[in-house]
Design a protein around this ligand. Structure first.
Ligand code: HEM
Ligand code: HEM
Length: 440
């Protein structure tokens, strides 16, 4: 179909639009810039996360036919679902892989938006909505984790909710609010169930509607500067259907196929029924919290479990304000120079973190009475301060070497992300009994 350069030239629909095109036109305008079509603009990550949410809602509703949320019956109903109900294991596996996929794809979508400058005005409002969505996705995945009520679920939730206790002053209150008591028990399961199947998905649905509306309101996703120029072929407007809808359909089928293949190949874990008297060693949190659990190995709990994660969320919210006045270029990493700086900063962050993890192993295992280890090293405050200095140094150096303000902030974030990525990998793969460093 030949491109249409002006919305007023769009051909009028010859007949009443079908229900499907009505739905599409609620999500998209009738015409979209040709420049928005290539896959590399968004990698379909936002759409992918939305498809995963739909898969989760459908499979979650099917799981509800059998699942019962009480400590006495939950594990039994999941076992029956897997062993006796036709396609029960498949539905559970799809739910499991779609959930993990949604956490991952949402994080990748956040990175795509950030490294293209989509978090800056005029899209700043949608960035804030996105941060709230991210918290909802993680909360949904975490509350679902407890529902099978097996040893893995019980102890992962015990570890992760236990981190709340380290919050100064309000720690005990937060812990009891999350667990519904001092320990993980029937009240925790009841709370997590209601949050998981009703409150969080409904909140997510409402926020998603707002998120999509905001994308449309500011005129679509961010495009590289110059590509909106109507005189060039890339700047032309083309009909949304079939140009964009076909691509979105293919993307949705690709996501569904990937989840089905994962579900057919790997079963969702199900260990023995939860036993509050017997903790596995090591007891680990879900993978998306392992970076924080690894921080706890090195830092004073108030810093590792509360200070650093809270700072992380505050910085995510502050990113639009740190971008300066220059408008974003809409290109990946701003420019080739920005990409180089971000890569070097990420490499320094990853290597520095790995070196500190290894160096800290003998120190943290040293008995408390051993002299010569300053308290600032024991609490992890000194290594943390050193990493913070390195991070700021990376941003400063990037700016000195000609990067824009946005690019230097991107370098600092790359440093922090690589550092957190290394902590997560170490926590997931290299921690054994007593959280000692082991080979995978
Ligand atoms: C939208 C409505 C949803 C409903 C009705 C629902 C329902 C359920 C039910 C009944 C279970 C327990 C069965 C089992 O553990 O095998 C479960 C588990 C789970 N759900 Fe959901 N869910 C929904 C959405 C989500 C979302 C959006 C996520 C993640 C982002 C998610 C993540 C999980 C996880 C990780 C489990 C544990 C699965 C496992 O055993 O590995 N759920 N869900
Ligand atoms: C449930 C999770 C999410 C879903 C389903 C979702 C969906 C989408 C979709 C479909 C788009 C337009 C196309 C695309 O970029 O792929 C979009 C754009 C956007 N999203 Fe999300 N999103 C989610 C989470 C997030 C998060 C965690 C952030 C950031 C913190 C975020 C920030 C944005 C921004 C700023 C835009 C506009 C970007 C631009 O114009 O380039 N979203 N989102």
């Amino acid at each position: 179909m030949s491109p249409v350069t002006d919305p007023r030239e769009a051909p009028l629909p010859a007949r009443k639009p079908s229900g499907f095109s009505n739905l599409v036109l609620h999500l998209h305008p009738k015409l979209v810039p040709a420049a928005a079509l290539p896959l590399s603009r968004t990698f379909g990550l936002g759409g992918g996360a939305a498809v995963l949410f739909l898969i989760l809602a459908v499979t979650g509703s099917l799981l509800l036919v059998v699942y019962e949320p009480s400590p006495e019956r939950a594990h039994g109903t999941v076992t029956r679902l897997v062993d006796e109900v036709p396609f029960g294991a498949l539905v559970r596996n799809v739910h499991h892989w779609a959930a993990n996929g949604m956490v991952l794809v949402t994080l990748l979508h956040l990175l795509r938006v950030f490294y293209r400058g989509g978090h800056l005005p005029p899209r700043r409002g949608n960035w804030f909505a996105g941060v709230a969505l991210l918290l909802l996705v993680v909360a949904c995945a975490f509350t679902g984790y407890l529902l099978p009520w097996d040893q893995l679920a019980f102890w992962a939730v015990t570890i992760a909710t236990g981190m709340l206790e380290y919050a100064p002053m309000v720690g005990g209150l937060l812990l009891r609010a999350a667990r519904g008591g001092a320990d993980v028990g029937p009240a925790t399961l009841a709370r997590f169930f209601v949050l998981h199947v009703a409150i969080l998905p409904i909140a997510m649905l409402l926020l998603l509607a707002f998120h999509f509306w905001l994308v449309r309101k500011v005129g679509g996703v961010i495009l590289p500067e110059g590509s909106g120029d109507r005189a060039s072929p890339r700047g032309a407007l083309v009909p949304t259907s079939p140009n964009l809808t076909q691509r979105e359909g293919a993307m949705a089928l690709g996501v569904l196929a990937a989840v089905m293949v994962a579900a057919a190949l790997w079963d969702a874990p199900l260990l023995a029924q939860a036993n509050p008297g017997m903790s596995p060693n090591p007891a680990k949190a879900p993978w998306y919290f392992m970076g924080v659990q690894e921080l706890l190995v090195h830092l004073h709990p108030a810093l590792g479990a509360v200070g650093v994660p809270l700072l992380g969320v505050v910085l995510l919210l502050a990113l639009p304000a740190l971008g300066g006045r220059q408008p974003p270029t809409g290109r990946w990493f701003g420019s080739a120079r920005g990409a180089r700086h971000a890569l070097v900063a990420a490499a320094v962050g990853a290597v520095g973190t790995a070196a500190l993890v290894v160096a800290n192993e003998p120190l943290r295992r040293a008995p408390p009475w051993l002299p010569g280890i300053p308290p600032a090293v024991r609490s992890g405050a000194l290594p943390l301060a050193a990493m913070a200095m390195l991070l700021l140094g990376a941003a400063w150096l990037s700016r000195r070497r000609g990067a824009t303000r946005i690019e230097s902030v991107q370098s600092a974030v790359s440093f922090a992300l690589a550092s957190f990525g290394v902590l997560t990998l170490v926590g997931v793969f290299l921690r054994g009994q007593g959280m000692a460093l082991v080979l995978p």
